[in-house]
Structures are given as C-alpha cells and as structure tokens.
Ligand binder design. Structure first.
Ligand code: ADP
Length: 632
C-alpha cells in the first residue's frame, strides 16, 4: 500500500474521549504528573529496546547510549521529551494512542460521578498514562520511528485532545519517539527551567537511564543530566527515603495515590535476586478480572525482560506491584521458560511469604492508626486474601491471621474482627468458632440460627461475602478451636448439658414430629425439636453432608445442575405458633400451618420458595380465616 502524503484524520475510541475529558478536569490539581507518565513511557521504551537488542544488537547501531532528553523551548512554549527507545510503527501508534486496550474500561468510566475529587481517585486506580499530557497541553505531537524500521517509515501523530487525531508519514533519522507538548497559555509555570528541572528530577531520579534537560534559551548551560540514573532497587535501603520509594511506586504503577507499604530485599547466596514489592492503597478497577495483566516487572541483571511476569506470585496476590531483578536467570528467558524453571518455585514461595509477612506487620499494628490502615487494606483487598485461603493451603496459618470478619460483636457490618479477637473473647470451655453463612449482612444478622447462641453470649462470625462458603471449607481450626457452621447439622452448645441428645429432645414430641414429617415429606429430610431457636418458631438446617444453601444457590445461578437436596427442619416447641399447631385437630389446616412454618423458615434464610403461588394461597386462606374469627 502506498503512503498517503496528507495527514489522515481519525477519531479516538469513545472510551478515550471520555477519559480525556475526565482527566483534564479531575486531575487538574495533580497536573504535573504528566511528566512522570511521559518519562515512565520513555523509560519503558528504552528498556524494551535494550531487551530486543539482546537478540538483535544491530538495533543499537549508531546510537548506543540509551537516554531520555527533555528540551524546553520557552519562546515556543513547548516541552519535547525524546527517547531513543523502541519507537512505534504506524499501527502501534494508532492502537496505543487512539484506543484503550484494558477490558472493562467502558464500565469503569460509567462509575465516574462528576465530582472531581472522587473521580480523581477513580482515575488513579485506572492508571493515567500518555493522555495526561492534555491536562497541560492544547496540542500534542508525537513523532516516532520503530527501531527495526526505515527512516522513511516514521510517523507523526497530532491531536488537540478533543476527539480526533491525525497521522501522517514522515522521515526520521533516529529511532525512538519525541512527544512535544504545546503548553496551554495557563501553564506557563512549566516553561520555567528551574521548575521543570525540579520536577524531572523528582520523577526520574530512580530510573536507570540518564535524563538530560536542555533549555534552548540558555546556551551556557547546554544540556545537562538531571537525574542520578541508577535503578532505585539497586541502591541500598539506607540511602532511599520514603518519598523516593513512593515516587518509584507511582512511576511503576501509574497510580497516583501513595502505596500502603513496601518491602525491598536483596537475597544473596544460591539464588541471587532483588525484589521491591508494594501493596497499593486502593484496588485497581479490574481487580476482579482474573485475566487482567498482573505481576511484577522482571529484570535480569538490570536489563528489563518483561512486564506482568505473573509467575512470581500466586493469583490471589495479583494486586501486588513491584520489580524483581534476578541475577541468575538467563537473559533470554521467556514466559514459557519461566513456567518450567525449577528455581522459580522457590522464589515464588519466598516472595509470597515476604508479602504475607508484610501484611502481617500491617495487620499486627496495635495503635489505632495502625488498625485503621489495615482496615483500609482489608476493605480494598480482603476478598482477594480470602481467595488465598482457598488457593494456598501452604500458607493457611499466615492467611488466617490476616482475615477480618463481621461478627455479632462488630459495629454494623464492618469486617473488623480477627480470629484472635474472637478467640480472646470466647469462654475457655468454648472449643468451637461459630459462623453463620448468609447471602447478605441483614439476613445474617436476623437469622433464627443465632438465637440460642446470642442468648448464651456466644459470638458468631457473620459470613455474607460470595467467597465465604468456599473459604470456610478450607478453615479447619484456629488456635485449637474448630469451625462450626451454626446452620448445619446438630448444634451442640458449649455450656449445654451434653446429656440432652436430639433423640431425648424429640422423644416427648414424637407424635407432633411424625405428623409434621408426613405433611412435609416432599419438602424436608427430617424434622427435629430445635435447640437453636428462642424467638422464631422454626428454621431450616443444612444436613451434615450437604452443600450450604448459599453455595447451592450460587452454583445453580451459574447454570450447574445439582442433585436435589432437602433441608432438615427444626421447630421451636416453646413457641406459641408451634404449640398452636400441636393442638390443631383439622388435618388439612394442620398441613397448611406446617407448610407456612416451613415457608417462613426458608424465607428467613434468604431462600426463594419453589412455589411462591402456593405459599400465597396458603397465607390468603389463613388471613380469611382470621377475618372469619374476628367477625364472629
Ligand atoms: P500505559 O503506559 O499505561 O500502557 P499509555 O497511554 O501511557 O499507557 O501508553 C500506551 C502505550 O503507548 C504504551 O503501552 C506503549 O506501548 C506506547 N507508548 C507510549 N509512549 C511511548 C514511547 N515513548 N515509546 C514507545 N511506545 C510508547
């Protein structure tokens, strides 16, 4: 295909338009971050070139000193950022600077509120990137040539950030990219050399390549290197202050909120590597997309190898950001090789432990502020840590200490209690940790299953997250206490006198139980006199071997066919309604009342009635009867 001589005009993808619009407004108070984003892109491009040059050294010919140059032209009011990195082809350019590839972006943008402060937080989770240039520039020009293409294959991209951009072929001798920002009238501050230099140093001191600044109106100074050009993770911990660590995190993650905590370590000996791992303060918008890119930036002896190296951490730690620089992996290591590298398993174990220890430190804070910080972490990432309980049985003990629950002691539905808190409050003879599964907090809180326990002052974990039924399946014991589902099987209470077995309890009510069983035989497995109930007349209980109703509902909703299962039914023989039932002589009415008791027990537990219309009929005839009594 012949090249078009004239600029070709194209439209931004809808999501890009929305993002541009939002970004310009909501990030205005953080506007200088455009520099961080552009320097970060330039440094990635140089990293990628160095990586490709391992296999193809010709790419470096004629220009082997990798660097980033910033040229300030005060008169023209432009800042140009040039890298001699990998560059982009025409297709790359259109794809990279005209669309957003992250899946879920459209949904994400829907959540924007129009409140700049809140939106700024949200965009932070998204990662800002190149488009942030338009916060300060009313025109951006990108000229680029991919390192492995000819000078005549270079391209120029230009946009005012309003909805369209143009692309045209150009000639460019040198490989790499120049991004030129034409500053808005109002952004004169960035054309002050000193201000620019300070910002560039702040945003680039930790990257491994020299960043040079040239001020075209100041011949004397020429161009000078403004950063120290040593990769941050290679410096010793004692030389790095917190601000530098935070800045490096933002550079890595494109997040602009500080991380919660980090851990920087050099491992020496048989396997040598340096890792710098960060826990973000807020979850990325695509945390729930298990396919989203994740993982660490991998370097081998300071040479960038790949982004999103997911082999170093388990899936549930997908929110961790950071760098790993391994000394003894081969430079030509690929994803496939990583998959099969025996060294890696050991590194993965060690890094997982490091992160869990870091979180344990955060979780163990005694001070009020410390607890709040962990609470914040839990709110953002607790669900993912619960996945860890399911997926990583090697670390169950560490993970259990990180869990936080809403319990009958919590303030509202805050997940603010640890298992140690629970055990600390339990009576010494209580050998179980009681939990209740429900579809949501309100159902849990008012569940009939809690009645006897609450009366006895026994705390119960209220589990209403989607993952909870799976998670509790993987919890066997904590500090010698086993876990007990209060909605399942028999419920022996700690202080209850062990002599009263279910059989003895049932003995006295045998005829009643038999009649109820007969009437409800299609809907229940068994019926027993309840030991759990105080205020409610009846409840349903999961049989010892059955799936919990929550899990069953979820599996069914996802289209799975499950074998039928009937719940156990329990009645509270102290309750007036049950006593009324016991005295009912009319067989049909007895059946109706029994069914209604069961309907209500199911509704209280959050179930959907199999035949709601039948229930409504039963209720209606009862109400009519009530009326007949009333008017008698
Ligand atoms: P992100 O950096 O988060 O991927 P950006 O919007 O900043 O998002 O950039 C989109 C893509 O454009 C980058 O992933 C990269 O492939 C490409 N790109 C941006 N700047 C450069 C550059 N200076 N050199 C080469 N490619 C670049």
């Amino acid at each position: 295909m012949g090249k078009k001589a004239n600029p070709e005009t194209m439209g931004f993808q809808t999501e890009v338009r929305q993002l541009l619009h939002l970004m310009i407004h909501s990030l205005y108070s953080n506007k200088e971050i455009f520099l961080r984003e552009l320097i970060s892109n330039a440094s990635d491009a140089v990293d990628k070139l160095r990586f490709e040059a391992l296999a193809n050294p010709d790419l470096l010919t004629g220009d082997s000193e990798l660097n980033i140059r910033v040229v300030l032209d005060k008169e023209a009011k432009t800042i140009a950022i040039t890298d001699n990195g990998i560059g982009m082809s025409r297709d790359d350019l259109i794809e990279n600077l005209g669309t957003i590839a992250k899946s879920g972006t459209a949904d994400f943008l829907q959540q924007m509120t129009g409140d700049d402060k809140k939106d700024a937080q949200l965009i932070g989770q998204f990662g800002v990137g190149f488009y942030s240039s338009f916060i300060v520039a009313d025109k951006v020009v990108v000229e680029t040539r991919r390192a492995d293409l000819e000078a005549t294959d270079a391209v120029r991209w230009e946009s005012d950030g309003q909805g369209e951009f143009t692309v045209e072929p150009i000639e460019r001798e040198e490989r790499g990219t120049t991004v030129t920002l034409h500053l808005k009238e109002s952004e004169a501050e960035f054309s002050e050399a000193l201000r620019l230099e300070t910002l560039i140093r702040k945003y680039s001191d930790h990257i491994a390549f020299p960043v040079l600044l040239e001020d075209t109106t100041d011949d004397e100074k020429g161009s000078r290197t403004v950063n120290s050009a040593t990769a941050l993770w290679m410096r010793s911990r004692s030389e790095i202050d917190d601000d530098e660590y935070k800045e490096f995190y933002k550079y890595l993650s494109h997040d602009f909120v500080d991380p919660l905590i980090w851990s920087h370590n050099r491992v020496e000996g048989k396997r040598e590597y340096t890792s710098l791992l960060y826990i973000p303060a807020q979850a990325p918008f695509d945390l729930w997309n298990r396919e989203a890119p994740r993982g660490l930036k991998l370097y081998v002896q300071r040479v960038f190898i790949m982004d999103d190296a997911e082999q170093f951490l388990p899936l549930y730690l997908r929110f961790v950001k950071g760098v790993i620089d391994a000394s003894d992996l081969p430079l030509n290591v690929s994803r496939e090789l990583l998959q099969n590298n025996p060294q890696l398993a050991a590194m993965k174990t060690a890094m997982t432990r490091r992160i869990l220890d870091m979180l344990a430190k955060l979780a163990g804070a005694e001070s009020k502020e410390g607890r709040e910080i962990y609470q914040k972490f839990w709110k953002e990432f607790g669900q993912v840590i619960k996945e860890g309980v399911v997926e990583d049985s090697q670390n169950t003990d560490k993970l259990m200490k990180l869990l936080r629950f809403t319990t009958t002691h919590s303030e509202g539905d805050r997940q603010d209690q640890s298992l140690s808190d629970y055990v600390g409050r339990a009576a010494p003879e209580q050998d179980k940790i009681y939990y209740l599964l429900a579809d949501n907090h309100a159902t849990a809180k008012s569940s009939p299953h809690l009645e006897q326990l609450t009366k006895n002052g026994i705390e119960v974990l209220l589990l209403a997250d989607r993952i909870d039924p799976w998670m509790v399946d993987h919890l066997s014991e904590f500090e010698g206490k086993s876990f007990q589902d209060v909605g399942r099987g028999q419920l022996p209470l700690p202080e209850g006198d062990g002599a009263v077995t279910q059989e003895t309890m049932n003995e006295e009510y045998k005829p009643l139980l038999k009649k109820v069983q007969k009437k409800l035989k299609d809907r229940i497995a068994t019926v027993n006199v309840s030991q759990r109930l105080i205020d409610s007349p009846a409840c349903v209980v999961t049989a010892e071997q059955d799936l919990t109703p929550q899990l069953r509902r979820m599996l069914e909703a996802s289209g799975q066919q499950l074998p039928d299962s009937k719940p156990n039914f329990e009645i509270n023989v102290e309750h007036p309604l049950v006593q009324r039932l016991a005295t009912e002589k009319d067989d049909e009415r007895f059946g109706q009342l029994s069914n209604i008791l069961l309907d209500h027990a199911l509704l209280a537990e959050g179930a959907q009635l199999e035949n709601p219309a039948a229930y409504v009929q039963r209720m209606n005839s009862l109400l009519l009867e009530l009326d007949a009594h009333g008017t008698k």
